[in-house]
Design a protein around this ligand. Structure first.
Ligand code: GLN
Length: 539
């Protein structure tokens, strides 16, 4: 029988429940088990794909094209496994399945009710992942914090699964212990309340991961143990740390892995975190910085932080930099400023390399195009991701090919030179208002030009990378671009779409229609990011 670990959050969100879950996964994997991880998001959206930048944080994309929460990216990075759409669920998704089934008469004339049918569908999805992945452990992170109306039905599912398989289900609460400035001491009360709240859903946490600024002392461990009804050894200290990749090692200091095994009546096992520990050492000894500027559209101050919106890019930069024993330093550059004052563009020279990331709808694009032009002319290493690639093509068309009116039909509907445009199938989607889940999504093969810098980076002729976009380089303009020195470095063999562009005579100028950042792993940095950082170091 497989084992299930539910992870819920207490007190507040944003305390790193996702990386805590991912770290537990890493620990169990390092003890020789097969592990998979699932994320439950309580919102009604079927996926994260319809939310704009800043509302949700990064939309992570799986190989099979799911648009999901950034935590799925954390799981992939920590577990070093590819996950699928089965590993992600939202309230919308669960209800959609139940309603469709009702329409198909699959409930055989029964009254379909929120309870038990919704939690049953949640459980069915969890079991399905276990079966498909043949995992020993399934980690299920419930989004949000306990006490929210939104995630009650998911807690209900967890409770029902425990009732059915009492020996195979463990609950972990990731809670927060604040140290209010005026008091200057760590408070356990909010955690006690969180435990009361989860108790009222019929669930008793087996283990409490206590997040705080500093490590937990013995007195607090004792206090939490008594008031929250857990063994003192099951109160795990989780202080703030510099790098999230240290978390598995920190958890193991409190013996978390074996405590979990004990809950399942399994014997203790040694972990093998050698490579992981080596990574931490490398991070610590990487002192010389590599400075990367990311040109972005300034989002609303109340929005999710940019560091969340572009999480996978940041991580990919880090992985690559560390692999070259450099300390990654990332700077956010608001593109709007370049539109107001061209002189500011000079600041780009202060960085070792520039990234223009993906985005939608065209806000701030003219400033980004100016930044790209500056990188091209001044030979600053440039990496354009998705929209960043499209803008690099527009810039080249305008300023090198003389197509002054070149643009994308995404932000210039009636543009006369639609160098970036929709393919036929996508035009139909938009006319029919079919927006959700209809972009070009997930992994597609790409054939590399053997003369390209990309080939030099990947060292293989055929690659597979993940996509999330609707627009494409318009093939009608390929000839003009190529004649003027743009290299079509990667092509999708089935659909003949341009996936990578480069320009000759530049130390590093690459744009990818796909998102390489989704496939970078801490112990296996992405080849393109690594090549980019190498070029940055040469600058
Ligand atoms: N907005 C562009 C498109 O839909 C690029 C998307 C992206 O950068 N992810 O094609």
């Amino acid at each position: 029988m497989a084992k299930y670990i539910f992870i819920a959050g207490g007190v507040m969100s944003g305390i790193g429940k996702g990386v805590a879950s991912a770290s537990i996964g890493r620990i169990l994997k390092s003890k020789g088990f097969r592990v998979t991880a699932m994320k439950i998001d309580p919102y009604v959206n079927v996926d994260a794909g319809t939310m704009e930048l800043g509302v949700h944080g990064e939309v992570f994309v799986t190989d099979d094209g799911d648009q999901c929460d950034q935590d799925m990216g954390n799981y992939e990075r920590f577990l070093d496994e590819n996950l699928s759409q089965d590993n992600y669920m939202t309230t919308g998704r669960v209800y959609q399945t139940v309603i469709n089934r009702e329409r198909n008469l699959e409930y055989k004339g029964k009254c379909v009710e929120v309870v038990p049918h919704i939690p049953e569908e949640v459980i069915r999805r969890i079991n399905n992942v276990q079966k498909k992945t043949k995992s020993d452990f399934v980690l299920i992170e419930i989004g949000g914090t306990v006490g929210e109306y939104q995630n009650l039905l998911f807690l209900e599912a967890a409770r029902m699964l425990k009732l059915k398989h009492p020996k195979d289900v463990v609950f972990i609460l990731v809670s927060y212990l604040p140290i209010p400035k005026i008091i200057g001491e760590m408070k356990t009360k909010p955690t006690q309340h969180a435990v009361r709240t989860i108790n009222s859903a019929g669930i008793q946490p087996d283990i409490i991961i206590a997040r705080s600024q500093i490590p937990l002392d013995d007195i607090r461990k004792e206090k939490i143990s008594i008031f929250c009804n857990v063994d003192k050894r099951d109160v795990i200290s989780a202080p703030d740390i510099k790098s999230v990749y240290e978390i598995p090692i920190n958890f193991e200091k409190d013996n978390l892995g074996n405590r979990i095994l004990k809950k399942f009546n399994l014997g203790a096992k040694k972990n093998d975190l050698k490579k992981w520990k080596k990574l931490i050492e490398t991070i610590k000894k990487s002192k010389k910085p590599v400075k990367i500027g990311i040109v972005e559209k300034n989002i609303k101050p109340e929005a999710t932080a940019l560091t969340d919106c572009y999480l996978s890019i940041i991580e990919a930069v880090k992985h690559a930099a560390w692999s070259l024993t450099r300390k990654p330093e990332i700077y956010w550059l608001d593109s709007k400023r370049y539109e107001r004052d061209k002189k500011i563009l000079k600041e780009l020279k202060n960085f070792d390399g520039i990234i223009v990331p993906g985005e939608f709808e065209g806000r701030g694009v003219e400033g980004k195009i100016k930044a790209i032009e500056y990188c091209r002319k001044n030979k600053i290493p440039f990496l354009g991701l998705c929209l960043g690639m499209q803008l690099a093509v527009i810039e080249f068309a305008r300023n090198v090919c003389g197509l002054k009116k070149a643009s994308s039909t995404e932000f210039s509907k009636n543009c006369q030179v639609p160098i970036i445009d929709l393919v036929q199938e996508q035009k139909k989607n938009l006319i029919r208002k079919k927006h959700g889940g209809t972009m070009r999504l997930g992994a597609y093969p790409c054939k590399l030009n053997p003369q390209s810098l990309s080939f030099k980076a990947y060292k293989v002729p055929l690659i597979s990378e993940r996509h999330r976009h609707r627009y494409e380089l318009n093939n009608e303009f390929r000839d003009i671009l190529e004649k003027k020195g743009m290299i079509m470095a990667g092509i999708n063999p089935q659909q003949n779409l341009v996936e990578i562009i480069e320009i000759s005579g530049h130390p590093f100028f690459i744009g990818t229609q796909f998102h390489p950042e989704f496939k970078s792993r801490p112990l296996r940095p992405h080849p393109l990011f690594k090549e980019f950082i190498k070029a940055c170091l040469k600058k």
